[in-house]
Design a binder for this molecule. Structure first.
Ligand code: FE
Length: 131
């Protein structure tokens, strides 16, 4: 079990920039090719912007061509939770931090092996902790 982290909306607004808040707490999406990490190849661990939980490793990051950081699997499966997202007239699988519930992005079944999954994640939801 991942320990749950609860903060008030006021705390979130204090800790996050308006752009980070919009994505992490408001389920927004940054524009493609504008985020800090979409083209980053630096070795390290991507942690949750909201709470620091380790989410993805650089070894599983790949260039999907989408303009968002893309990974084929989470670093620790239980740290990334999924929900069904029927917004915008589509059915997608939303992914969020299991600890603090911050929105990360979506997962699609068109990724590379070995998983065939594409975790399409907002840079604004991540911090890169370089090795
Ligand atoms: Fe988190």
């Amino acid at each position: 079990m991942t320990d749950k982290i609860e903060k008030t909306d006021e705390q979130w607004r204090e800790e996050l920039s308006p752009q980070e808040y919009n994505v992490c707490r408001g389920h927004g999406t940054e524009r493609a090719f504008t985020g800090q990490y979409w083209d980053t190849k630096t070795p390290g661990t991507y942690t949750c912007k909201g709470c620091g939980t380790p989410l993805f490793r650089s070894e599983t990051k790949y260039d999907s061509g989408s303009g968002w950081p893309s990974f084929y699997e989470p670093m620790v499966a239980e740290n990334v939770e999924e929900t069904r997202d029927e917004s915008l007239g589509m059915v997608r699988t939303e992914v969020h931090c299991a600890a603090c519930q911050s929105h990360l992005g979506h997962v699609f079944p068109d990724g590379p092996q070995p998983t065939g999954l594409r975790y399409c994640i907002n840079s604004l939801s991540l911090n890169l902790d370089e090795d």
